[in-house]
Design a protein around this ligand. Structure first.
Ligand SMILES: Cc1cc2nc3c(=O)[nH]c(=O)nc-3n(C[C@H](O)[C@H](O)[C@H](O)COP(=O)(O)O)c2cc1C
Length: 190
């Protein structure tokens, strides 16, 4: 198979699509869909999301540095898309999506009740990269619906069916099932 050079493209696929909630000092909150996000450190637990300064959410984020990463299931793909194409500069996304805000335990930003996993984050570093600023944050609390948790508190994705985003093709895809486990080849490698 011959390879074609398609240029300098951030073609890492898939990546997540989650809904981040943000709030300003007065407690006004907003929802923004993020696909430039993920894990960056284990101890302490740290995550990141990259946000353009043109987003309405950006001002709130800069003001409090706090946000919640809400992981949607397949049943929330429409809401996820809506939060990524509509801006709070024009509409109230809570009103339009009918998503329910519930208080977080540490941060000012609310959590989305309908999302089975909610990760509370406090920003430690902001770095301007060009088009986006990266917010690198410490995880201060994580919540999950009890029915998506295993007996030892691991999130079971088969229970809430998260989906993936392909940035390159601009598509949302479901995940197809378990095909291996971390370290499952260890015995064979001996
Ligand atoms: C699937 C998807 C992923 C997105 N990822 C990001 C992202 O990582 N960073 C960002 O700044 N905007 C991202 N956006 C765009 C924002 O969500 C969008 O501009 C939104 O309307 C901003 O809302 P706000 O103006 O109310 O803050 C994404 C949109 C979609 C649909």
């Amino acid at each position: 198979m011959s390879k074609k050079n398609i240029g300098a493209v951030t073609a890492i696929s898939p990546i997540p699509a989650f809904i981040a909630t943000v709030a300003d000092k007065e407690g006004n909150s907003n929802l923004i869909t993020i696909s430039y996000g993920g894990i960056v450190n284990a101890i302490p637990p740290m995550v990141y999301m990259s946000v353009r300064d043109t987003r309405y959410s950006y001002r709130m984020l800069k003001e409090t540095g706090e946000f919640v990463i809400n992981i949607p299931g397949e049943n929330l793909t429409k809401e996820t898309d809506l939060c990524g194409i509509l801006s709070a500069s024009k509409v109230d996304k809570w009103e339009i999506t009918k998503l329910t805000r519930i208080p977080a335990s540490v941060v000012k930003a609310p959590m989305i009740e309908e999302c089975p996993v909610n990760i509370e984050c406090v920003t430690k570093h902001v770095i301007a990269l060009g088009s986006h600023d990266i917010f690198i944050a410490e995880v201060v609390a994580t919540h999950a619906d009890e029915d998506v948790l295993s007996d030892n508190n691991k999130v079971m994705i088969e229970k809430f069916k998260p989906f993936a985003f392909c940035y390159n093709a601009q598509e949302y895809w479901t995940l197809n099932g378990l095909i291996g486990r971390y370290g499952w080849m260890a015995k064979e490698a001996e």
